[in-house]
Design a binder for this molecule. Structure first.
Ligand SMILES: *Cc1c(COP(=O)(O)O)cnc(C)c1O
Length: 369
């Protein structure tokens, strides 16, 4: 039996276990000093003023939109080719989503189409740093400054990535991270909101705890979106490993790119100039020139013990609760094409160069019949 090579695998070691044990032996297991420590660590790592821990990336996105007072009558621009959690908080707030199609090389929002999507209802743009690659923030800021709209960065996949020397988390007015099990660093579940605005940070802090601003004083609506010291303790250990994990991801990605460079019909990942990716995913396009279909390739690799994944099999405007808002198939052709072609190959930091070479060899063998 060959070694199983999975597409993602949380890298949890003795330090995480010791950190959890320490919390369990203390008197804080809910929100306490470990949460504060993780917030400080995230803010320092990314270079943001304030950090607010939440129990998921989705909660962070929701808190971000709430703190910008985005609701009924407002709209938010984002990509139709992302995880559903980028969009559901917009809808939950009662705001409208305006999709702008993606740019095919990077899979990120096509900034040349932003102005055409603008009207007076737009209050924010929510770029997603898909697969770990920052969106085109220079152009996003040109748009945001011109129209005076907020920038909310969905950085759930891009911890440690950089755009022109600045880390994600500082590329918008607000940034949201996830610590879910499959992300570059994880605490099983978890989220983080970063901002330089004290007001946004305070509103998000109240929102995560029922709108509470002082004991049993509620300034508005809120949820229970709190993190806890068990998760935060794992998160702090993982944050310390982020650079090492990302360096390994990057080396694995480079090795795949070298190995697969001459496989006909596979289009390998492209990076924007001035960008350092967090390499959350290594996502190729399996085009029509590839000798077999994507689904067949997935199965053949699976038979060889190699896991792959399709992020994402459908663009968001294909889902019924979104489609019924007024979208139809054909509206965002690049997102639709990407959904048909993309395939993510394993690069997680638990994989050795031999593992990557094995992936390359299997793909080549399949491509060569
Ligand atoms: C993971 C993810 C989220 C949501 O994060 P959770 O912690 O799972 O709630 C949002 N957006 C993107 C792009 C993600 O990858």
């Amino acid at each position: 039996m060959e070694k199983e090579i999975s597409v993602s695998s949380p890298q949890i070691g003795a330090e995480e276990m010791a950190a959890v044990q320490k919390v369990l032996e203390s008197s804080y297991i809910a929100e306490g000093p470990e949460v504060a420590k993780l917030e400080d660590g995230f803010a320092a790592y990314c270079g943001a003023e304030y950090a607010v821990a939440l129990n998921s990336g989705t909660a962070a996105l929701h808190a971000a939109l709430h703190s910008l007072d985005i609701g009924k009558g407002d709209s938010v621009i984002t990509s139709p080719f992302t995880f559903i959690a980028s969009v559901n908080p917009i809808l939950v707030q009662g705001a409208e989503v305006k999709f702008v199609d993606i740019e095919p090389d990077t899979f990120n929002i096509n900034t040349s189409k932003l102005n055409a999507a603008y009207d007076k209802s737009v209050k924010a743009i929510l770029p997603v740093d898909l697969y770990g690659q920052p969106a085109n923030y220079s152009e996003i800021w040109d748009f945001a400054n011109k129209h005076k709209v907020a920038v909310v960065e969905d950085a759930c996949q891009s911890i440690g990535a950089e755009y022109k020397g600045k880390r994600t988390g500082t590329l918008g007015h607000i940034a949201c991270f996830s610590l879910y099990a499959t992300k570059n660093i994880t605490s099983a579940e978890g989220g983080m909101l970063l901002t330089d605005s004290k007001e946004v940070a305070n509103t998000a802090k109240a929102f995560r705890q029922h709108g509470m601003v002082a004991p049993y004083e509620y300034a508005g609506v809120g949820y229970n979106y709190r993190s806890n010291d068990i998760l935060a303790a794992i998160g702090s250990v993982q944050l310390n490993k982020a650079e090492r994990f990302n360096a390994k991801r990057s080396a694995n990605a480079e090795r795949l790119t070298d190995g697969l460079a001459n496989v006909g019909g596979l289009k390998l990942p492209q990076l924007l100039d001035g960008v350092k990716s967090a390499w959350h995913q290594y996502t190729v396009r399996v085009s029509e020139e590839f000798p077999i279909s994507r689904e067949e390739l997935i199965n053949r690799l699976k038979q060889k013990g190699i896991g792959t994944a399709v992020y994402y099999p459908k663009p968001l405007h294909y889902y019924e609760h979104i489609k019924k808002l007024g979208f139809t198939e054909g509206d965002f052709p690049e997102a639709e094409k990407a959904a048909r072609e993309v395939l993510s190959l394993p690069i997680h930091p638990g994989l050795s160069s031999e593992d990557i070479d094995h992936v390359v060899k299997c793909v080549m063998d399949i491509a060569n019949g």
